[in-house]
Design a protein around this ligand. Structure first.
Ligand SMILES: NC(=O)c1ccc[n+]([C@@H]2O[C@H](COP(=O)([O-])OP(=O)(O)OC[C@H]3O[C@@H](n4cnc5c(N)ncnc54)[C@H](OP(=O)(O)O)[C@@H]3O)[C@@H](O)[C@H]2O)c1
Length: 244
């Protein structure tokens, strides 16, 4: 596969890029830090990637999106798969106290990610299709006390990704929405892992299989699909009382 991936320098994106490299996929890493991109690029080349290139792309700077994807297309020869794992997190307490940071999280995770996907959509459709795989979150599945701000950004993103899949699948554009539960990465460092916390490597294996099969939605680890089914069905009177 010829893959542009935004967020491969850490966490689940890094684990996914490593598994793609191990099977010889061609990768273009998009990211904001030249040093992190170079470090990851060397690591992936060593792990067997068919080729690895890099391009600057900052999710806080939409003016970087078109050029990053064009650079990736040139480096890869063509763009078959675009993956977005990059995102920002903050606990409800931290974001509610720092509205400037809350604004950044909302803009990065929702508005700017959607606009990045629109640039990717145009390029993938222009070549007759491909796969767009984007990491949202279980936090967007239900209005919940601990994730009112972060979760609302992911709710909007999940809604957009589902719509995109409905609109364009017949034209050959497959959109995959990944909804991780709690996964142990740099994003969740310092937080107490709940039961069923996942590892980035197993999530990556699940996502790679979904990309190969064109599965439109992935709960990772899978048990989160059942957990969220229950949480979505709880009445509001219960949600007001419980703490999760
Ligand atoms: N971990 C969880 O429990 C969990 C649960 C649900 C959903 N998610 C979602 O899953 C995705 C991956 O999470 P993760 O835990 O793997 O995160 P992570 O370990 O914190 O990695 C985040 C990645 O995003 C990149 N990034 C952050 N801000 C960026 C920006 N402005 N421009 C470009 N790249 C940027 C980082 O690049 P740098 O190297 O430059 O920092 C890094 O590669 C995120 O969308 C997250 O919201 C995570």
């Amino acid at each position: 596969m010829k893959v542009a991936i935004l967020g491969a320098t850490k966490g689940m994106g890094r684990a996914l890029a490593r598994q793609m490299a191990a099977r010889g996929d061609h990768l273009c890493l998009l990211g904001r830090s030249p040093e992190e991109l170079e470090r990851s690029s060397a690591d992936l080349a060593e792990r067997g990637a068919g080729s690895v290139s890099t391009a600057r792309c900052d999710l806080e700077d939409p003016s970087s999106f078109a050029e990053a994807l064009d650079t990736a297309t040139e480096a890869l020869g063509e763009l078959e798969v675009v993956v977005v794992t990059a995102g920002m997190f903050g606990t409800q307490e931290a974001l509610a106290e720092d509205l400037e940071r809350a604004h950044r999280v909302l803009v990065v995770n929702y508005a700017n990610t959607v606009i990045f996907c629109e640039h990717a959509r145009q390029r993938l459709l222009a070549r007759g299709g491909g796969t767009l795989c984007v990491f949202s979150s279980v936090a967007g599945d239900r209005g919940r006390k601990p994730v009112a701000l972060y979760g609302s950004s992911k709710a909007g993103l999940s809604h957009y990704l589902e719509s995109l899949d409905h609109r364009h699948r017949a034209e050959g554009l497959i959109t995959i929405c990944v909804k991780p539960g709690f996964v142990k990465t740099s994003m969740t460092e310092g937080l107490k892992p709940p039961p069923f916390a996942g590892e980035p490597e197993s999530v990556a294996a699940q996502v790679l299989e979904a990309i190969d099969r064109g599965t439109p939605m992935v709960y990772a680890p899978p048990i989160w699909g059942w957990i969220m089914l229950i949480i979505r069905s709880l009445p509001r009177s219960v949600m007001r009382v419980v703490g999760f």
